[in-house]
Structure formats: structure tokens, C-alpha cells
Design a protein around this ligand. Structure first.
Ligand code: MRU
Length: 345
């Protein structure tokens, strides 16, 4: 089985997701700046995987700081966390991972630099392992919602490739299959970056899970034909009221699901919930380069100079979300109240 991101001999190793499904190449990073570049350039992507990678980037950055003085070390570490935090704006897990790393330093005010370095590496490895465990718990809770012979539509890639392993939305599908349920997956190709076609189809086929690839504009037809029983997607940031930012096109799928009375589930760890954002309008949406829209794998599919928009995410209003599946269980409306309760015990 492939590893999305791994800490190995004080280096960070990542599968290069830009090259999938054609080539399975692993990049090794020795420097935090390279890790920041890998997040920005989509070598690694998917909210939880970005969070884990950022934490490992902080650990790498910490190891590279050459001072014995804790105060100087902390100052230099600020530069590291600042760069990593500037890579992508929407997935809150990035900031969550960095904050976890900062908190370790803050919790050990009398530690030596050598001790702080060790603590940072340990924390990054813990975040990685926790993410796998969390995904499995999401899979156990969510798997129960998918009945035998269900056809499930998913958008983008919220699988093992988007996490430290197992996945959130695809974790729910894996959880249902582990319960002995026969599940058929429909994967939206997910224009413009094609995470569905390139990544979801690849990892599900590797796991021998029944997957059918469709273009994004086929989802409505499939629903109208009665071919979809449930939609399960991941999330990049969930506001305190349950509004959910996820890959561009998720909102359209949610509207379609509502029209066809199909349950629309969001699967995400608590680290994706941004309790400080009271609703989805406050979530920053990343706007990416034009070439992703005008070109397909380097070949122009639009006239040169055409005006382009490329928002990478959209926000699905909470009223369209049937339930949010977390490691602590399945949350249903009223979201503001029930999400708050998740953080209280
Ligand atoms: O731009 P990406 O590929 O990082 O976007 C990823 C998504 O939108 C995923 O659905 C989301 O991060 C959930 S991953 C478990």
C-alpha cells in the first residue's frame, strides 16, 4: 500500500500526487521550504494530509535551526511556521497542524533546544498516526449509514491520498465495505485539477473497490436515473454552523442531492471544524491559476487570452447537509448547537 506522507530518518517523504495515476514517484524533502513548496504545488493535497505535512514541515524546520539558545530557536521557528502557513488558505487543517506544533513549544518553557527539536519530531509523528486512527473512526461511524448495495457518489479525493491514510469520505465507504456491505462508487472527475479521475479512481481501484468514473456534469443525470443512493464528500473547513467548504463543485452536487432527496454526507475530522468562523461566508476561498482551467495536462483547451475564474473551493450551506460524520460520531442539525457539543466533552 502507498504512503501519502511519511516521516523517515528525519526527512519527509511524499507520494507526488501531481504525477498520479501515470507514475508512482516518492519525493524526499530535507528542508521545510521544500515541504512548503510541495503543499503549494499540490504534491500533497487534501485537508488532513496538508495538516500532517505542515506539522512535519515545522519539525524539519526546527531540526535545521542552528542555535543552542531557546529564545533564538523560538524566533527562528516563527519564520518556519509563517512560511508554511502562507501556502494555501482554505483547508483549516494546515493552521491546526501548525498550531499543534507551536503549542508543544509553548508547553515546555524550560526545555533546551535539543529537547524542543525532539518534542517537535514526536508531535509531528503523533499527528500523523492520530490522523490514521481518526479516519478509521470516521469510517466506523459513517460506514453504518451506507446500506448494502448502495451506490455512492463522491466528489474530489477525500481518500487515503488526502489524509495520512484510509481517508474521510472514502474512509466511510471503506468502513461500509468492512461491515460486509456491497458498495458501488461513482467518482466525479472533479475539474479542473481532476482529483476524482486521477486520485479517487486510482486509489479505489488499487483497493479493488467498485468505482465508475463520471464527468462532473453527469451527476444530475445519474441521480435522475435513480443510480445514486447517497453522496459522501470530505471538507476543507466547516464553520461553526455546519456550512462546509470543499472542492469546487461540491455545492452543485449538494443542490442536486436535495432535489433528488438523496442524503448528502460530509465526512471530516474535528480538526477541519473552524469553530471561530460563525458561518461559511467567512471562510477564505483559494483562487488558483488560469492554466488549470485553460489547459488539460499542458494542452490548451481554450482560446489564448480568454478571461478565467478558478475558485478552488465552494461553500455548501448547512441546510443541504444531511449529517457530518466525525471521529466522535454522526452530527445532525441543529448544527450550531451539536457542533459546539463536540468540543465540550
Ligand atoms: O485542492 P485539494 O485537492 O487540496 O482539495 C481537496 C478537497 O477538497 C478534499 O475534498 C478535502 O480536502 C477533504 S480531504 C479528506
Amino acid at each position: 500500500m502507498f504512503k501519502t506522507v511519511e516521516w523517515k530518518n528525519n526527512r519527509v517523504v511524499m507520494i507526488d500526487q501531481r504525477l498520479l495515476p501515470n507514475k508512482e514517484v516518492y519525493n524526499t524533502y530535507i528542508d521545510y521550504k521544500q515541504v512548503a513548496g510541495a503543499i503549494k504545488d499540490m504534491v500533497v493535497r487534501g485537508a488532513p494530509a496538508i495538516g500532517v505535512s505542515a506539522a512535519m514541515g515545522v519539525a524539519l524546520g526546527g531540526l535545521s535551526i542552528k542555535t543552542e539558545k531557546p529564545a533564538e530557536f523560538k524566533k527562528a521557528l516563527e519564520k518556519v511556521t509563517k512560511l508554511l502557513a502562507s501556502t494555501r488558505p482554505t483547508a483549516v487543517n494546515l493552521f491546526w497542524g501548525i498550531e499543534r506544533m507551536k503549542a508543544v513549544v509553548a508547553a515546555h518553557p524550560n526545555a533546551s533546544v535539543a529537547e524542543l527539536k525532539k518534542l517537535l519530531v514526536e508531535e509531528a509523528r503523533r499527528i500523523h498516526q492520530e490522523d490514521i486512527d481518526i479516519c478509521r473512526r470516521i469510517g466506523r461511524h459513517g460506514g453504518a449509514l451506507l446500506k448494502d448495495k448502495f451506490h455512492v457518489l463522491t466528489h474530489c479525493n477525500a481518500g487515503a491520498l488526502a489524509t495520512a491514510g484510509y481517508g474521510t469520505a472514502l474512509g466511510v465507504i471503506r468502513g461500509a465495505i468492512e461491515r460486509g456491505r456491497n458498495i458501488k462508487v461513482y467518482a466525479d472527475e472533479t475539474r479542473p485539477f481532476l482529483q476524482g479521475a486521477r486520485l479517487t479512481a486510482w486509489e479505489l481501484m488499487k483497493d479493488k473497490i467498485d468505482v465508475t468514473l463520471i464527468t462532473d456534469n453527469m451527476a444530475g443525470y445519474m441521480m435522475q436515473q435513480g443510480l445514486i443512493n447517497a453522496v459522501v464528500v470530505g471538507a476543507d473547513r466547516i464553520a461553526a454552523n455546519g456550512d462546509t467548504a470543499n472542492k469546487i463543485g461540491t455545492y452543485s452536487v449538494a443542490v442536486l442531492a436535495k432535489e433528488h432527496k438523496i442524503p448528502f454526507y460530509v465526512a471530516a475530522p474535528l480538526s477541519t471544524i473552524d469553530i471561530k468562523k460563525k458561518d461559511g461566508s467567512l471562510i477564505p476561498i483559494e483562487e488558483r491559476g488560469c492554466e488549470e482551467v485553460t489547459h488539460l495536462r499542458g494542452v490548451a483547451v481554450a482560446p489564448k487570452g480568454v478571461k478565467v475564474r478558478n475558485p478552488a473551493f465552494d461553500v455548501t450551506p448547512n441546510r443541504l447537509v444531511t449529517a457530518i460524520i466525525t471521529e466522535k460520531g454522526v452530527v445532525r442539525p441543529p448544527y450550531r448547537q451539536n457542533i459546539k457539543a463536540l468540543f465540550q466533552d
